[in-house]
Every structure is written in structure tokens, then in C-alpha cells.
Design a protein around this ligand. Structure first.
Ligand code: C5P
Length: 207
């Protein structure tokens, strides 16, 4: 099988930035799997349904199109919580599993998410679990929101991030947890460059 690198971790830990850089450096396709859950949540909201409703959420996941993944409204607190709600529904995860596996198997890939190393590609030779303190992650998310011109309150950003992590960690299916063989990368004191260097060191060691 072509090379698959799993990058998992909690919200706003820097997974996306890191995974994108790794993919570019290694010449691999990149997949942000959170987008699949975000787009599913958005479709459910668009139909006026509840993201916790399994039938509505499964239909939305099965009907995803490339246009859904390119929507401009997939970021922000409402999309965050709708994504986390649909992601806790087993039939939604099943509906999205083959698509993610097919993507990775085709040419190899760097995938970021919550369950790549535990469920989607448990056989991946390199698994990174990227994390940072809740305060640092909230600070990064706050700056990101502000850069996009969105109104944000730092205390509320931290509270929402912790609520989402808790929901993602406590769910029965594919909870947010490091794979037993994942290298844990704490980026609290690392900038993007240092995180990339640390990740490349793990990859070189494992391959
Ligand atoms: O990574 P991101 O914050 O965009 O993911 C949004 C939500 O999608 C997460 O809070 C989580 O509930 C869900 N997710 C998941 N499994 C993945 C990727 C994302 O459950 N592999």
C-alpha cells in the first residue's frame, strides 16, 4: 500500500497546518477529514434538521458532493458543533469510511482528523497525535477567527473548544484518543516550523 501518514488530535492543535506541510514536503495528497463532518453537519442544518438526528445525518453524509466540501461556511462555532454532533453518530462514520480509505489507498496521503490512526488507517506506518494545552489552542483559534474578521470572545472560544473536545473524546464510536503506537507531539511551545521539524524527525525514524 502507498504511504499513509495519520495526523490526529484535538481541535486547533495545529494538525491542519502540519499535515498540509508534511504532504507538500513528501509529495503526497492531503485530506482534511474534518471537512467531511463539517459539510455533513452543514447539509443537515440546511435541511432544517437536527444534527443529532441519525437518519437526517446519514442521508446528508451519503449525499455529500464536492460542492458541499467547498462551501464558505464550514468554519465557525455553529459548523464546529454541528460537525461534532454528526460525528458521534455511528452510521455517519460508516458512510464516510470507505471514501477516506479509497482516498488514502489510491496514491498514499497525509490525513488529519480524530480517528485516522485508530480506525481509518490503523495499519499506517506513521501516526502523529498532535496536541497543545487548551489555553494555547484557544489562543490560536481566537487569532484565526480574528484574522477572518469574525467577532470572538477569548473565554467563549476556550469554552467551546473544551466542550467539543469533551464530546469528541467521550463518544462511543471512534473517540478522540491517541493510537497505542502514535508519537505524541505537544506543540504548546512550538511554532509551525518547529512542529514540522519534530514531525519530520518522527517520520524519518519510523520509515
Ligand atoms: O478537525 P475539525 O475540527 O475540522 O473537525 C470537526 C469535527 O469533526 C470534530 O470536532 C470531530 O467531531 C469530527 N471529526 C471526527 N473524525 C475525524 C475528523 C473530524 O470525528 N476524522
Amino acid at each position: 500500500m502507498p504511504l499513509v501518514i495519520a495526523v490526529d488530535g484535538p481541535a486547533a492543535a495545529g494538525k491542519g497546518t502540519l499535515a498540509r506541510r508534511l504532504a507538500a514536503a513528501l509529495g503526497l495528497p492531503y485530506l482534511d477529514t474534518g471537512l467531511l463532518y463539517r459539510a455533513t453537519g452543514r447539509r443537515v442544518l440546511g435541511h432544517g434538521a437536527d444534527p443529532r438526528d441519525p437518519a437526517a445525518a446519514e442521508a446528508a453524509a451519503r449525499g455529500l458532493t464536492p460542492a458541499d466540501l467547498a462551501r464558505a461556511d464550514l468554519r465557525g462555532p455553529e459548523a464546529d458543533m454541528a460537525a461534532s454532533a454528526v460525528a458521534a453518530i455511528p452510521v455517519v462514520r460508516t458512510a464516510l469510511l470507505d471514501w477516506q480509505r479509497d482516498f488514502g489507498r489510491r496514491h498514499g496521503a497525509v490525513l488529519d482528523g480524530r480517528d485516522i490512526g485508530t480506525v481509518v488507517f490503523p495499519e499506517a506506518p506513521v501516526k502523529l497525535f498532535v496536541t497543545a494545552s487548551p489555553e494555547e489552542r484557544a489562543r490560536r483559534r481566537f487569532l484565526e477567527l480574528r484574522a477572518r474578521g469574525a467577532a470572538a470572545d477569548p473565554a467563549q472560544v476556550l469554552a467551546e473548544l473544551q466542550a467539543r473536545d469533551e464530546q469528541d473524546s467521550r463518544r462511543a464510536v471512534a473517540p478522540l484518543v491517541p493510537a497505542a503506537d502514535a508519537a505524541v507531539l505537544d506543540t504548546t511551545a512550538l511554532d509551525a516550523e518547529a512542529a514540522f521539524a519534530a514531525a519530520m524527525a518522527v517520520i524519518t525514524e519510523r520509515l
